[in-house]
Design a protein around this ligand. Sequence first.
Ligand code: BV8
Length: 228
Amino acid sequence: MERIVILTGAGISRESGLDTFRDEGGIWSQVRLEDVCTPEGFARNPEAVDDFYNRRRRELATAEPNAAHHALAELEAAYGDNTDDAFLLVTQNIDDLHERAGSKNLVHMHGELLRLRCLNCGATPHWTTDCHRDTPCPSCGRPRLRPDIVWFGEMPMHMDRIQRALEQCDTFVAIGTSATVYPAAGFVHEASGHARTVELNLVPSGNATLFDEIASGPATTIVPRFVR
Ligand code: BV8
């Protein structure tokens, strides 16, 4: 089977009711990136960061996967055991909608909203409720928990595995991302030359001309069409 890497961004979750970042009215028009999505912002005002992610955790609790998430899970199912990452789903998103749609061979390169990390013992507990500065770590009991999320200036997760899959893929598909944030925005360069590259986005992104093919429209329409 053709080896495929799929990259998703906030646009794939938009029709599940979750805000994107850079569209009109998006997250970065509501709150300053520097205050809630950098280690410096967390050091300066950790309660503001807790509030930002507590609000998004509560919103996620009322969101459901949409037809685009389900179409990707169906595509993956055709790959069977997939032990060699012949199908790899890389998401920039921190929501769990891909998992809830049934996706399994999935990496969250920017971390996960429903996971915290203890700065004392390194535990990464699954977490679905609010977190505050005095919330004790379930492993060591110390109140040293932060979101298990990659902020600007921090190293994205699973990069070795992602790079390997990009080098070996026959097809690279970017879905619902503005191609603004690196290293994800650079993945199309790594796939071009040896892979067919496809962008599926509401409107052509700033990277659109780098792709062999582009389709524009809402993800719940164009992703099922691409998969089938
Ligand atoms: C790194 C956290 C190096 C989770 C996010 C100075 C210092 C350090 C680094 C840098 C620097 N200058 C530049 C950099 C690199 C920096 C970067 O890229 N900056 C940009 C702004 C220029 N990157 C980093 O810092 C990364 N780390 O480089 O580390 C390093 C190396 C070694 C050792 C240590 C460090 C870390 C980047 C991760 C930052 N974390 N978020 C969270 O809170 O959610 S970034 C944030 O942007 C989200 O993660 C999001 O996923 C990501 C990308 O956004 P998109 O998903 O694309 O969303 P967006 O709103 O932009 O676009 C939505 C798209 O969907 C649009 O195109 C829209 O048209 C479309 N759409 C809308 N509706 C629909 C739709 N499509 C289909 N259907 C619809 N219905």
